[in-house]
Design a protein around this ligand. Sequence first.
Ligand SMILES: Cc1ncc(COP(=O)(O)O)c(C=O)c1O
Length: 465
Amino acid sequence: MPSSSARVNASFSDREVAALRGDFPILTRTVRDDRRLVYLDSGATSHKPTAVLDAERTFYEQHNAAVHRGAHQLAEEATDDFENARATIAAFIGAPAGEVVFTKNATEALNLVAYAFSNASPNEQPKDARFVLGPGDEILVTEMEHHANLVPWQELSRRTGAPLRWLPVLAEGALDLSDLDTLLTDRTKVFAFTHVSNVLGTINPVAALAERAHAVGALVVVDACQSVPHLAVDVATLGADFIAFSGHKLYGPMGIGVLWGRAELLEVMPAFLTGGSMIEMVTMERSTYAPAPQKFEAGVPNAAQAVGLAAAVTWVEAVGIDRIAAHESALVDALMNGLAARPWVHVVGPPPGTPRGGAVAFVVDGVHAHDVGQVLDDAGVAVRVGHHCAWPLHRALGVTATTRASVAAYNTFGEVEALLRALDRVPGIFGIDLDEADPDAGLGVGPDARAGSVALRGEATREAS
Ligand SMILES: Cc1ncc(COP(=O)(O)O)c(C=O)c1O
Protein backbone atom coordinates (compact mmCIF):
# COMPACT_ATOMS: atom_id res chain seq x y z
CA MET A 1 0.00 0.00 0.00
CA PRO A 2 1.29 3.49 -0.78
CA SER A 3 2.82 5.54 1.97
CA SER A 4 0.54 8.23 3.34
CA SER A 5 3.53 10.57 3.48
CA ALA A 6 3.42 10.90 -0.33
CA ARG A 7 1.91 14.07 -1.78
CA VAL A 8 -1.69 14.13 -0.56
CA ASN A 9 -3.16 15.51 -3.76
CA ALA A 10 -1.40 13.21 -6.22
CA SER A 11 -2.96 10.15 -7.84
CA PHE A 12 -1.15 6.87 -7.19
CA SER A 13 1.83 5.95 -9.33
CA ASP A 14 1.61 2.66 -11.27
CA ARG A 15 3.82 1.05 -8.66
CA GLU A 16 1.71 2.36 -5.79
CA VAL A 17 -1.55 1.20 -7.27
CA ALA A 18 -0.04 -2.20 -8.06
CA ALA A 19 1.02 -2.55 -4.42
CA LEU A 20 -2.37 -1.44 -3.23
CA ARG A 21 -4.13 -3.90 -5.55
CA GLY A 22 -2.09 -6.65 -3.92
CA ASP A 23 -4.25 -6.14 -0.81
CA PHE A 24 -7.36 -7.27 -2.72
CA PRO A 25 -7.32 -11.01 -3.51
CA ILE A 26 -10.43 -10.82 -5.72
CA LEU A 27 -8.70 -8.50 -8.21
CA THR A 28 -6.49 -11.36 -9.40
CA ARG A 29 -9.38 -13.49 -10.61
CA THR A 30 -10.59 -13.70 -14.16
CA VAL A 31 -14.12 -13.57 -15.52
CA ARG A 32 -15.90 -14.50 -18.77
CA ASP A 33 -13.54 -16.72 -20.78
CA ASP A 34 -10.51 -15.97 -18.69
CA ARG A 35 -10.55 -12.23 -19.10
CA ARG A 36 -8.91 -10.06 -16.49
CA LEU A 37 -11.51 -8.58 -14.16
CA VAL A 38 -11.93 -4.83 -14.63
CA TYR A 39 -14.10 -3.88 -11.68
CA LEU A 40 -15.75 -0.49 -12.15
CA ASP A 41 -18.74 -1.06 -9.88
CA SER A 42 -17.42 0.04 -6.49
CA GLY A 43 -20.29 2.52 -6.13
CA ALA A 44 -22.50 -0.56 -5.68
CA THR A 45 -20.04 -2.32 -3.39
CA SER A 46 -16.28 -2.11 -3.07
CA HIS A 47 -13.93 -5.04 -2.73
CA LYS A 48 -12.38 -5.86 0.64
CA PRO A 49 -8.66 -5.87 1.46
CA THR A 50 -7.09 -8.87 3.18
CA ALA A 51 -6.89 -6.88 6.43
CA VAL A 52 -10.70 -6.81 6.55
CA LEU A 53 -11.06 -10.51 5.79
CA ASP A 54 -8.44 -11.29 8.45
CA ALA A 55 -10.07 -9.07 11.06
CA GLU A 56 -13.43 -10.80 10.68
CA ARG A 57 -11.82 -14.22 10.71
CA THR A 58 -9.75 -13.42 13.82
CA PHE A 59 -12.85 -12.19 15.62
CA TYR A 60 -14.60 -15.50 15.02
CA GLU A 61 -11.50 -17.63 15.60
CA GLN A 62 -10.32 -15.90 18.78
CA HIS A 63 -12.94 -13.73 20.45
CA ASN A 64 -16.39 -14.85 19.31
CA ALA A 65 -19.03 -14.03 21.94
CA ALA A 66 -22.23 -12.00 22.25
CA VAL A 67 -21.08 -8.47 23.05
CA HIS A 68 -22.39 -6.59 26.11
CA ARG A 69 -23.93 -9.82 27.43
CA GLY A 70 -21.41 -11.97 29.25
CA ALA A 71 -18.99 -11.85 32.15
CA HIS A 72 -16.54 -14.40 30.72
CA GLN A 73 -13.26 -13.52 29.05
CA LEU A 74 -14.42 -14.03 25.46
CA ALA A 75 -17.41 -11.76 26.07
CA GLU A 76 -15.12 -9.09 27.44
CA GLU A 77 -12.76 -9.38 24.48
CA ALA A 78 -15.59 -9.33 21.95
CA THR A 79 -17.13 -6.28 23.66
CA ASP A 80 -13.77 -4.50 23.66
CA ASP A 81 -13.27 -5.30 19.95
CA PHE A 82 -16.73 -3.99 19.14
CA GLU A 83 -16.34 -0.78 21.13
CA ASN A 84 -12.82 -0.19 19.81
CA ALA A 85 -14.24 -0.57 16.31
CA ARG A 86 -16.82 2.08 17.13
CA ALA A 87 -14.07 4.43 18.35
CA THR A 88 -11.96 3.86 15.20
CA ILE A 89 -14.87 4.51 12.85
CA ALA A 90 -16.04 7.54 14.85
CA ALA A 91 -12.53 9.08 14.76
CA PHE A 92 -12.45 8.56 10.98
CA ILE A 93 -15.45 10.89 10.58
CA GLY A 94 -14.37 13.28 13.35
CA ALA A 95 -16.98 12.16 15.90
CA PRO A 96 -16.94 11.01 19.52
CA ALA A 97 -17.50 7.23 19.77
CA GLY A 98 -20.86 7.65 21.50
CA GLU A 99 -22.31 9.35 18.40
CA VAL A 100 -21.83 6.31 16.16
CA VAL A 101 -24.72 3.83 15.96
CA PHE A 102 -24.11 0.54 14.17
CA THR A 103 -26.80 -0.57 11.76
CA LYS A 104 -27.04 -3.20 9.04
CA ASN A 105 -26.42 -0.70 6.23
CA ALA A 106 -27.19 2.88 5.22
CA THR A 107 -30.76 1.96 4.36
CA GLU A 108 -31.37 0.82 7.92
CA ALA A 109 -29.64 3.92 9.30
CA LEU A 110 -31.93 6.20 7.28
CA ASN A 111 -34.99 4.17 8.27
CA LEU A 112 -33.90 4.43 11.90
CA VAL A 113 -34.15 8.21 11.76
CA ALA A 114 -37.39 8.18 9.77
CA TYR A 115 -38.97 5.71 12.21
CA ALA A 116 -37.76 7.77 15.15
CA PHE A 117 -39.79 10.70 13.79
CA SER A 118 -42.73 8.40 13.30
CA ASN A 119 -42.42 6.88 16.78
CA ALA A 120 -42.30 10.35 18.31
CA SER A 121 -45.43 11.41 16.52
CA PRO A 122 -48.21 9.28 18.10
CA ASN A 123 -49.70 10.43 21.35
CA GLU A 124 -46.81 9.54 23.65
CA GLN A 125 -44.97 11.42 26.38
CA PRO A 126 -42.31 12.56 26.87
CA LYS A 127 -41.20 13.62 23.41
CA ASP A 128 -38.97 16.18 21.80
CA ALA A 129 -40.93 18.53 19.58
CA ARG A 130 -38.21 18.41 16.89
CA PHE A 131 -39.10 14.80 16.11
CA VAL A 132 -42.89 15.17 16.22
CA LEU A 133 -44.51 15.41 12.80
CA GLY A 134 -48.10 16.09 11.81
CA PRO A 135 -50.12 17.29 8.81
CA GLY A 136 -49.00 20.91 9.36
CA ASP A 137 -45.33 19.97 9.05
CA GLU A 138 -43.29 19.12 5.97
CA ILE A 139 -40.49 16.78 4.93
CA LEU A 140 -38.02 17.96 2.27
CA VAL A 141 -35.88 15.69 0.06
CA THR A 142 -34.38 16.05 -3.42
CA GLU A 143 -35.06 14.51 -6.79
CA MET A 144 -31.57 12.98 -6.93
CA GLU A 145 -32.01 10.68 -3.94
CA HIS A 146 -31.27 6.98 -3.88
CA HIS A 147 -34.48 5.11 -2.97
CA ALA A 148 -32.90 4.49 0.47
CA ASN A 149 -33.19 8.21 1.18
CA LEU A 150 -36.57 8.66 -0.45
CA VAL A 151 -38.88 5.74 0.33
CA PRO A 152 -38.46 5.97 4.16
CA TRP A 153 -39.49 9.66 3.97
CA GLN A 154 -42.45 8.81 1.73
CA GLU A 155 -43.50 6.27 4.36
CA LEU A 156 -43.03 8.82 7.15
CA SER A 157 -45.20 11.24 5.20
CA ARG A 158 -47.88 8.58 4.79
CA ARG A 159 -47.82 7.68 8.50
CA THR A 160 -47.87 11.24 9.84
CA GLY A 161 -49.74 13.22 7.20
CA ALA A 162 -46.76 15.63 6.83
CA PRO A 163 -46.44 16.33 3.07
CA LEU A 164 -43.25 15.35 1.24
CA ARG A 165 -41.63 18.08 -0.85
CA TRP A 166 -38.57 17.87 -3.05
CA LEU A 167 -35.97 20.03 -4.74
CA PRO A 168 -35.70 19.34 -8.50
CA VAL A 169 -32.47 18.75 -10.41
CA LEU A 170 -31.05 21.12 -13.03
CA ALA A 171 -29.84 20.11 -16.50
CA GLU A 172 -26.21 19.96 -15.40
CA GLY A 173 -26.91 17.72 -12.44
CA ALA A 174 -26.94 20.30 -9.65
CA LEU A 175 -29.88 20.84 -7.33
CA ASP A 176 -32.26 23.55 -8.47
CA LEU A 177 -32.21 25.91 -5.50
CA SER A 178 -34.28 28.66 -7.10
CA ASP A 179 -37.35 27.73 -5.03
CA LEU A 180 -35.47 26.83 -1.87
CA ASP A 181 -37.19 29.54 0.15
CA THR A 182 -40.59 28.22 -0.87
CA LEU A 183 -39.71 24.60 -0.24
CA LEU A 184 -37.63 24.99 2.92
CA THR A 185 -39.78 26.91 5.42
CA ASP A 186 -40.58 26.92 9.11
CA ARG A 187 -42.97 24.05 8.33
CA THR A 188 -40.02 21.85 7.32
CA LYS A 189 -39.13 19.46 10.16
CA VAL A 190 -36.52 17.45 8.30
CA PHE A 191 -34.41 18.00 5.19
CA ALA A 192 -32.83 14.79 3.90
CA PHE A 193 -30.42 14.87 0.95
CA THR A 194 -27.44 13.10 -0.47
CA HIS A 195 -23.89 14.40 -0.10
CA VAL A 196 -22.77 12.87 -3.41
CA SER A 197 -25.19 11.52 -6.02
CA ASN A 198 -24.72 7.84 -6.86
CA VAL A 199 -25.76 8.56 -10.48
CA LEU A 200 -24.78 12.14 -11.34
CA GLY A 201 -21.68 12.29 -9.20
CA THR A 202 -22.85 15.74 -8.10
CA ILE A 203 -21.34 16.92 -4.82
CA ASN A 204 -23.98 18.87 -2.92
CA PRO A 205 -23.05 21.89 -0.75
CA VAL A 206 -23.94 20.28 2.58
CA ALA A 207 -22.81 23.10 4.88
CA ALA A 208 -24.71 25.80 2.96
CA LEU A 209 -27.89 23.71 2.72
CA ALA A 210 -27.65 22.72 6.40
CA GLU A 211 -27.30 26.35 7.40
CA ARG A 212 -30.49 27.23 5.50
CA ALA A 213 -32.30 24.27 7.08
CA HIS A 214 -31.17 25.12 10.58
CA ALA A 215 -32.29 28.71 10.10
CA VAL A 216 -35.88 27.45 9.77
CA GLY A 217 -35.49 24.89 12.58
CA ALA A 218 -35.29 21.76 10.39
CA LEU A 219 -33.09 18.77 11.19
CA VAL A 220 -30.62 17.75 8.47
CA VAL A 221 -30.10 14.12 7.45
CA VAL A 222 -27.31 13.48 4.94
CA ASP A 223 -26.88 10.31 2.91
CA ALA A 224 -23.10 9.97 2.94
CA CYS A 225 -22.92 6.58 1.18
CA GLN A 226 -21.06 7.92 -1.84
CA SER A 227 -18.94 10.48 0.02
CA VAL A 228 -17.40 8.76 3.04
CA PRO A 229 -15.52 6.17 0.89
CA HIS A 230 -14.25 8.79 -1.54
CA LEU A 231 -13.45 12.04 0.23
CA ALA A 232 -12.62 13.25 3.72
CA VAL A 233 -15.83 13.72 5.71
CA ASP A 234 -15.63 15.49 9.06
CA VAL A 235 -18.96 15.65 10.84
CA ALA A 236 -17.69 18.46 13.06
CA THR A 237 -17.66 20.81 10.06
CA LEU A 238 -20.09 19.13 7.65
CA GLY A 239 -23.15 20.84 9.13
CA ALA A 240 -25.47 17.80 9.19
CA ASP A 241 -27.34 16.52 12.24
CA PHE A 242 -27.25 12.91 11.06
CA ILE A 243 -25.27 11.07 8.39
CA ALA A 244 -25.68 7.52 7.13
CA PHE A 245 -23.27 5.30 5.24
CA SER A 246 -22.66 1.62 4.45
CA GLY A 247 -19.55 -0.35 5.39
CA HIS A 248 -19.57 -2.46 2.23
CA LYS A 249 -18.92 0.58 0.00
CA LEU A 250 -16.00 1.60 2.26
CA TYR A 251 -13.87 -1.54 1.72
CA GLY A 252 -15.66 -3.11 4.70
CA PRO A 253 -17.93 -6.13 5.07
CA MET A 254 -21.57 -6.34 4.06
CA GLY A 255 -24.05 -6.22 6.95
CA ILE A 256 -22.62 -3.18 8.73
CA GLY A 257 -23.70 0.43 8.36
CA VAL A 258 -23.32 3.59 10.37
CA LEU A 259 -25.68 6.24 11.60
CA TRP A 260 -23.87 9.21 13.05
CA GLY A 261 -25.99 11.68 15.01
CA ARG A 262 -25.30 14.60 17.31
CA ALA A 263 -25.21 13.28 20.91
CA GLU A 264 -27.83 15.77 22.01
CA LEU A 265 -30.25 14.52 19.32
CA LEU A 266 -29.53 10.81 19.80
CA GLU A 267 -30.31 11.26 23.49
CA VAL A 268 -33.85 12.54 22.89
CA MET A 269 -34.62 10.61 19.70
CA PRO A 270 -37.09 7.74 20.18
CA ALA A 271 -35.84 4.17 19.71
CA PHE A 272 -36.43 2.32 16.43
CA LEU A 273 -36.05 -1.43 17.11
CA THR A 274 -36.66 -2.56 20.68
CA GLY A 275 -35.70 -5.68 22.64
CA GLY A 276 -32.59 -7.02 24.32
CA SER A 277 -29.37 -5.04 24.72
CA MET A 278 -31.02 -1.64 24.31
CA ILE A 279 -32.80 -1.52 27.68
CA GLU A 280 -31.95 0.00 31.03
CA MET A 281 -34.73 -1.63 33.12
CA VAL A 282 -37.65 -3.89 32.21
CA THR A 283 -40.82 -4.85 34.12
CA MET A 284 -43.85 -6.70 32.75
CA GLU A 285 -45.56 -3.39 32.15
CA ARG A 286 -42.87 -1.22 30.67
CA SER A 287 -39.17 -0.61 30.03
CA THR A 288 -36.69 2.21 30.13
CA TYR A 289 -33.90 2.41 27.61
CA ALA A 290 -30.12 2.59 27.76
CA PRO A 291 -28.41 5.79 26.63
CA ALA A 292 -27.42 6.17 22.97
CA PRO A 293 -25.88 4.52 21.06
CA GLN A 294 -27.01 1.26 22.78
CA LYS A 295 -30.63 2.51 22.68
CA PHE A 296 -30.51 2.06 18.89
CA GLU A 297 -28.72 -1.32 18.81
CA ALA A 298 -31.32 -3.88 19.83
CA GLY A 299 -30.30 -7.56 19.80
CA VAL A 300 -26.88 -9.15 19.39
CA PRO A 301 -25.09 -6.73 17.08
CA ASN A 302 -22.97 -7.37 13.97
CA ALA A 303 -19.74 -7.31 15.97
CA ALA A 304 -17.52 -9.17 13.48
CA GLN A 305 -18.65 -6.83 10.73
CA ALA A 306 -17.98 -3.78 12.92
CA VAL A 307 -14.48 -5.11 13.55
CA GLY A 308 -14.09 -5.68 9.80
CA LEU A 309 -15.22 -2.14 9.06
CA ALA A 310 -12.73 -0.75 11.58
CA ALA A 311 -10.00 -2.69 9.75
CA ALA A 312 -11.23 -1.17 6.47
CA VAL A 313 -11.07 2.33 7.94
CA THR A 314 -7.58 1.64 9.26
CA TRP A 315 -6.59 0.51 5.74
CA VAL A 316 -8.07 3.70 4.22
CA GLU A 317 -6.25 5.84 6.78
CA ALA A 318 -2.95 4.12 6.04
CA VAL A 319 -3.41 4.74 2.30
CA GLY A 320 -4.72 8.26 2.95
CA ILE A 321 -8.26 9.38 2.14
CA ASP A 322 -6.94 12.52 0.42
CA ARG A 323 -4.76 10.45 -1.87
CA ILE A 324 -7.68 8.13 -2.61
CA ALA A 325 -9.78 11.20 -3.45
CA ALA A 326 -7.04 12.57 -5.72
CA HIS A 327 -6.54 9.24 -7.49
CA GLU A 328 -10.26 8.70 -8.04
CA SER A 329 -10.67 12.24 -9.27
CA ALA A 330 -7.91 11.69 -11.87
CA LEU A 331 -9.54 8.41 -12.95
CA VAL A 332 -12.91 10.15 -13.29
CA ASP A 333 -11.33 12.95 -15.35
CA ALA A 334 -9.75 10.37 -17.68
CA LEU A 335 -13.08 8.62 -18.05
CA MET A 336 -14.99 11.86 -18.61
CA ASN A 337 -12.49 12.94 -21.28
CA GLY A 338 -12.67 9.55 -22.97
CA LEU A 339 -16.46 9.62 -23.03
CA ALA A 340 -16.52 13.24 -24.24
CA ALA A 341 -14.47 12.12 -27.27
CA ARG A 342 -17.31 9.76 -28.25
CA PRO A 343 -20.22 11.85 -29.56
CA TRP A 344 -22.57 8.87 -29.38
CA VAL A 345 -22.18 8.78 -25.59
CA HIS A 346 -23.95 11.23 -23.26
CA VAL A 347 -22.84 11.55 -19.66
CA VAL A 348 -25.40 12.60 -17.08
CA GLY A 349 -24.42 15.05 -14.37
CA PRO A 350 -21.88 17.86 -14.12
CA PRO A 351 -19.76 18.64 -17.23
CA PRO A 352 -16.05 17.73 -17.43
CA GLY A 353 -13.96 19.87 -15.11
CA THR A 354 -16.57 20.09 -12.35
CA PRO A 355 -15.60 18.36 -9.10
CA ARG A 356 -17.64 15.17 -8.83
CA GLY A 357 -17.82 11.89 -6.98
CA GLY A 358 -16.61 8.50 -8.14
CA ALA A 359 -19.63 7.58 -10.27
CA VAL A 360 -20.02 8.38 -13.97
CA ALA A 361 -23.34 7.37 -15.55
CA PHE A 362 -23.95 7.64 -19.28
CA VAL A 363 -26.23 6.71 -22.14
CA VAL A 364 -25.15 5.32 -25.50
CA ASP A 365 -27.37 6.70 -28.24
CA GLY A 366 -29.95 4.16 -29.31
CA VAL A 367 -28.69 1.29 -27.16
CA HIS A 368 -30.28 0.14 -23.91
CA ALA A 369 -28.00 0.27 -20.88
CA HIS A 370 -28.49 -3.47 -20.30
CA ASP A 371 -27.09 -4.15 -23.78
CA VAL A 372 -24.14 -1.80 -23.15
CA GLY A 373 -23.50 -3.58 -19.86
CA GLN A 374 -23.49 -6.95 -21.60
CA VAL A 375 -20.91 -5.85 -24.17
CA LEU A 376 -18.72 -4.51 -21.37
CA ASP A 377 -19.20 -7.65 -19.30
CA ASP A 378 -18.14 -9.79 -22.28
CA ALA A 379 -14.86 -7.87 -22.14
CA GLY A 380 -14.51 -8.48 -18.39
CA VAL A 381 -15.56 -4.93 -17.49
CA ALA A 382 -18.03 -4.88 -14.57
CA VAL A 383 -20.30 -1.82 -14.43
CA ARG A 384 -23.83 -1.27 -13.19
CA VAL A 385 -26.81 -0.75 -15.47
CA GLY A 386 -30.38 0.32 -14.73
CA HIS A 387 -31.77 3.13 -12.66
CA HIS A 388 -29.34 2.55 -9.77
CA CYS A 389 -32.15 2.83 -7.20
CA ALA A 390 -32.76 6.41 -8.35
CA TRP A 391 -35.81 5.94 -10.52
CA PRO A 392 -37.31 9.42 -10.06
CA LEU A 393 -33.96 10.95 -11.05
CA HIS A 394 -33.89 8.87 -14.23
CA ARG A 395 -37.42 10.02 -15.00
CA ALA A 396 -36.27 13.60 -14.54
CA LEU A 397 -33.37 12.91 -16.90
CA GLY A 398 -35.83 11.54 -19.43
CA VAL A 399 -34.15 8.13 -19.63
CA THR A 400 -35.16 4.69 -18.45
CA ALA A 401 -31.67 3.50 -17.61
CA THR A 402 -28.01 4.48 -17.62
CA THR A 403 -24.71 2.61 -17.58
CA ARG A 404 -22.64 3.56 -14.53
CA ALA A 405 -18.92 3.13 -14.03
CA SER A 406 -17.70 3.87 -10.52
CA VAL A 407 -14.14 3.90 -9.28
CA ALA A 408 -12.25 3.06 -6.10
CA ALA A 409 -8.69 3.37 -4.83
CA TYR A 410 -7.59 0.17 -6.61
CA ASN A 411 -8.62 1.17 -10.13
CA THR A 412 -6.05 2.01 -12.79
CA PHE A 413 -5.96 4.27 -15.82
CA GLY A 414 -5.52 1.06 -17.86
CA GLU A 415 -8.90 -0.09 -16.58
CA VAL A 416 -10.51 3.18 -17.69
CA GLU A 417 -8.95 2.53 -21.11
CA ALA A 418 -10.27 -1.02 -21.07
CA LEU A 419 -13.80 0.28 -20.50
CA LEU A 420 -13.48 2.79 -23.34
CA ARG A 421 -12.10 0.14 -25.71
CA ALA A 422 -14.94 -2.24 -24.85
CA LEU A 423 -17.44 0.59 -25.28
CA ASP A 424 -16.13 1.22 -28.80
CA ARG A 425 -17.52 -2.17 -29.81
CA VAL A 426 -21.07 -1.09 -28.96
CA PRO A 427 -21.94 1.02 -32.06
CA GLY A 428 -20.76 -1.74 -34.41
CA ILE A 429 -22.64 -4.49 -32.58
CA PHE A 430 -25.89 -2.50 -32.50
CA GLY A 431 -25.59 -0.94 -35.95
CA ILE A 432 -25.37 2.67 -34.76
CA ASP A 433 -24.50 5.11 -37.52
CA LEU A 434 -21.69 7.18 -36.00
CA ASP A 435 -22.17 9.94 -38.58
CA GLU A 436 -25.65 10.49 -37.15
CA ALA A 437 -24.36 10.94 -33.62
CA ASP A 438 -25.10 14.38 -32.23
CA PRO A 439 -22.62 15.41 -29.54
CA ASP A 440 -24.85 18.30 -28.53
CA ALA A 441 -28.03 16.30 -28.21
CA GLY A 442 -27.45 15.97 -24.48
CA LEU A 443 -30.03 14.59 -22.17
CA GLY A 444 -33.08 16.46 -21.14
CA VAL A 445 -33.55 17.47 -17.55
CA GLY A 446 -36.26 19.69 -16.24
CA PRO A 447 -39.92 20.10 -17.07
CA ASP A 448 -39.57 19.25 -20.76
CA ALA A 449 -37.71 16.06 -20.09
CA ARG A 450 -40.11 15.14 -17.35
CA ALA A 451 -42.98 15.61 -19.74
CA GLY A 452 -41.25 13.11 -21.99
CA SER A 453 -40.33 15.51 -24.76
CA VAL A 454 -36.68 14.50 -24.70
CA ALA A 455 -36.37 10.87 -25.55
CA LEU A 456 -33.35 8.86 -26.52
CA ARG A 457 -33.30 7.86 -30.12
CA GLY A 458 -34.05 4.16 -30.43
CA GLU A 459 -34.39 3.75 -26.67
CA ALA A 460 -35.85 0.39 -25.90
CA THR A 461 -38.76 0.40 -23.50
CA ARG A 462 -37.35 -2.45 -21.43
CA GLU A 463 -37.48 -1.37 -17.79
CA ALA A 464 -34.29 -1.37 -15.81
CA SER A 465 -33.81 -3.41 -12.69
C1 LIG B 1 -26.31 7.26 -2.41
C2 LIG B 1 -26.72 5.95 -1.80
N1 LIG B 1 -27.54 5.95 -0.75
C3 LIG B 1 -27.94 4.83 -0.16
C4 LIG B 1 -27.53 3.60 -0.63
C5 LIG B 1 -28.02 2.38 0.07
O1 LIG B 1 -26.97 1.63 0.60
P1 LIG B 1 -27.26 0.21 1.21
O2 LIG B 1 -27.98 -0.58 0.17
O3 LIG B 1 -25.91 -0.34 1.52
O4 LIG B 1 -28.10 0.42 2.41
C6 LIG B 1 -26.69 3.54 -1.74
C7 LIG B 1 -26.29 2.23 -2.30
O5 LIG B 1 -26.18 2.06 -3.48
C8 LIG B 1 -26.26 4.74 -2.34
O6 LIG B 1 -25.46 4.76 -3.40
